[in-house]
Unconditional design. Sequence first.
Length: 378
Amino acid sequence: MSDSISTQQIKKNKKTFNGNNEDSGKIKEGKKSLLIAYVLWFFGGTIALHLIYLGRYRHALLMWFTFGAFGIEYFRHILKISDYVEESNLTSEYVDKLKAIQRCRTAPKFSLLRFCAEILFGYYLQTLFFSIFPVEIYEQNSTFLVITRIFVGWIFVPFGIALAVSLIGNIGMERISFKWCLIGAYGGSVFFLFDYSSAYPILLCAVLSNWKGKSWKPIGLKRAHCAKALSIMFIIMAIYSLFLTLALYQNATVETKDGEKILLKDALHNFFTSPAWKDTKSTLQELYNTYQEHGWVEMWKMLQIQLDPEGEANAYSVLELDDNASNKEISAAYRSLVRKWHPDKHLDQKEKERATTKFMEIQKAYETLSNIRKRHSS
């Protein structure tokens, strides 16, 4: 353990604590092996097996969240594992040294590395929590969307920021008060009134919690049982995976055969209404035949056509046209169908609802084909 406290101060305080060995004797030493820790790091470091073995569950969870800080943490642990084993085992030498430092410092010293990690991870969760909601709630101003926007920006996202800072701040022998994390995050959420990508809430949260909320964990604090800790970690990761999936669904884009980028959620909707989905077996057979005859590249091109990400094939189907129909035929079919399915022409309530749905499908199909034709002609 490194600290800026002088060696003389530590030795002096060690004598003070060693004068009463009863206190040190109450702490049971662990039996974690440095060799096993390194083996687990080598073979399972990317999924934090060595951290789980040493009981550093928050640290392991952070590795899971960030994929080991994209590999940085994995290699940094080469130099840190011996310290982690010493901390996990709570050897008498480690305890005496830690107590000497705690005697000189009432709270852990400021760590720039930890502070930067809190800001980066906090901003990541801030972005993720905002991204799981449709972009429409940030652009439109209906009463419901405004209320939703207030909930997201002033309640939901600040809580995620506080969780991020608290997770990193409580790794190792340091403790950070969740109360100060919440105060900083919710206090800074006022900046979301002006910019949803503002970094001020996370900065305020990290600064305030490090300034007011830092303390030492009690030495020898009993750790959670491994099975219980892993159960909680898997539940948290399930929630995180759900949030990540929603964020990708709302914001990820796919590229069409024409090079156009459309939202993944629109592409999925179009796929599930496409002829390829309705006739899955024959589509798979056609793709397989294309792969055998022409290889992966042509199969991928065929797949892009079959998945119908733009909704082109479905639009032709709705308008009851072939895919080689002319602009004139598309317009004629559209006019004929909107007259037939206009809701005002149906008096029965159930028929009116059905006609309304059909009418909207026709409108959307015509808009889809019109936009595609405009892009092709430009």
